[in-house]
Write a protein that binds this ligand. Structure first.
Ligand SMILES: CC(C)(COP(=O)(O)OP(=O)(O)OC[C@H]1O[C@@H](n2cnc3c(N)ncnc32)[C@H](O)[C@@H]1OP(=O)(O)O)[C@@H](O)C(=O)NCCC(=O)NCCS
Length: 151
């Protein structure tokens, strides 16, 4: 979808999806992915992971004992109506329950993605960094913000 593609780097092909998400479905990658449902209708995707499981990313963010999330609402008429903060707040609480060993959440977002970083702020996250992040992932290109939310 045009509102997702600037911020989400995968090609919309089955092969690219298999490469990115197959290992977590198979259990060989510790990231956990979920479909977001609204009254039984699939409307988005959200995933979580311990930063410590991805040392290069952990080092790039400079945050330890933390978990990260990535999220999207895939239905154009459902963005900009306030669902994002509810989703992120609820999933953050579930992630603290899921990983009792983490102290905080740590999420990087491109500064140009106003909707996303405002969503984090409305879900109780606090900005702790602004600048460039060392990453090979095109989704992290350009100036970024890093947000955290303590347990
Ligand atoms: C990011 C996302 C989950 C946010 O959810 P949402 O339900 O759209 O969020 P909200 O409706 O609460 O809007 C969040 C903020 O964006 C603002 N916003 C809405 N439409 C906007 C637009 N066209 N341009 C800029 N900001 C906009 C809202 O006003 C709100 O800010 P405010 O509180 O200062 O008014 C959703 O937009 C999405 O899936 N985007 C595409 C994928 C993506 O970017 N994922 C994140 C990758 S890090």
């Amino acid at each position: 979808m045009p509102h997702v593609s600037p911020w989400w780097s995968e090609e919309p092909t089955v092969t690219a999806l298999e490469t990115s998400y197959g290992p977590s479905v198979d259990g060989t990658d510790p990231t956990e992915g979920f479909i977001i449902e609204l009254e039984g209708r699939p409307v988005g995707f959200i995933q979580r992971y311990r930063l410590d499981d991805y040392p290069a990313w952990c080092e790039a963010l400079g945050i330890e004992r933390a978990a990260g999330i990535d999220y999207m609402i895939g239905v154009a008429e459902l963005i900009g109506v306030g669902l994002g903060p509810i989703i992120v707040d609820s999933f953050t609480k579930l992630t603290f329950e899921r990983y009792p060993d983490i102290d905080r959440m740590g999420v990087a977002v491109q500064q140009a993605n106003h909707r996303s970083w405002r969503t984090l702020e409305k879900a109780g996250y606090v900005r702790v960094f602004e600048g460039m992040i060392e990453s090979d992932d095109p989704s992290d290109a350009g100036p970024s913000y890093v947000y955290i939310r303590a347990r």
